[in-house]
Design a protein around this ligand. Structure first.
Ligand code: MG
Length: 216
């Protein structure tokens, strides 16, 4: 059952971009990260950044702080994606990280390294420009403009909850536990059934480590 392709965004969905970017901004300014609010808009204006300031800080974060290699993963993301993958969902990672005209080699290598380090399962990895759509059955996404464009194209989109997307209605997940549940419902609707993992099977993102330890 690989008829169901799930398009999975990275920043703000699999990885905590706000936390990673907060570390960069607070290091640059020599301030306590706790003084920067988590209740941010899409453009981080609450942190005193205009568009130009954001782009400069983002570039510094990517090139000097290796933000895409060290970004904290969202809690439970790897286990949830492994279970969905085991149930037959085709995981297609989608990212817009190459929208900049610099640092492509570094961005791609840090991204792939991060996916491996954090045990994120995937069958395709798509670096996209503006067009948000990659022929998936459903998507999970945080960026308001991408959610709106995908939905305008008739796609099912689960909004991964962030302070900057709360004006959007429709399917929403506050965390990966909820996301897994919403997505398994979409799978059941689309293909008629959802074969959750059998109890006692070797589940979870740490399976590779356990296999190595046990030698099987
Ligand atoms: Mg995103």
């Amino acid at each position: 059952m690989s008829d169901f392709v799930l398009g999975v965004d990275l920043d703000g969905v699999c990885g905590d971009y706000t936390a990673a970017f907060k570390a960069v901004v607070s290091a640059d300014r020599g301030i306590d990260p706790a003084t920067l609010t988590d209740d941010v808009s899409w453009d981080f204006a609450e942190w005193g950044l205009d568009r130009e300031g954001f782009l400069a800080m983002h570039r510094s974060g990517v090139e000097h702080h290796h933000m895409f290699r060290h970004m904290p993963p969202m809690p439970g993301v790897a286990d949830a994606l492994w279970r969905l993958s085991d149930a037959g969902v085709w995981i297609r990672i989608i990212t817009h990280r190459l929208v900049t005209n610099w640092g492509h080699a570094l961005i791609v290598s840090d991204t792939v390294e991060w996916l491996d380090t954090n045990r994120i399962p995937y069958r395709d990895l798509c670096f996209l420009g503006r067009k948000p759509e990659v022929q998936a059955t459903a998507y999970i996404e945080d960026a308001p403009h991408n959610v709106e464009a995908l939905r305008a194209g008739g796609n099912d989109v689960v909004v991964f909850d962030q302070p900057y997307n709360r004006h959007l209605d429709g399917l929403r997940a506050a965390n990966w536990e909820q996301a897994e549940s919403v997505i398994s419902d979409l799978v059941a609707e689309a293909v008629g059934s959802y074969d959750a993992q059998m109890p006692g099977m070797d589940a979870g993102a740490d399976r590779l480590d356990r296999r190595i330890v046990h030698g099987d």
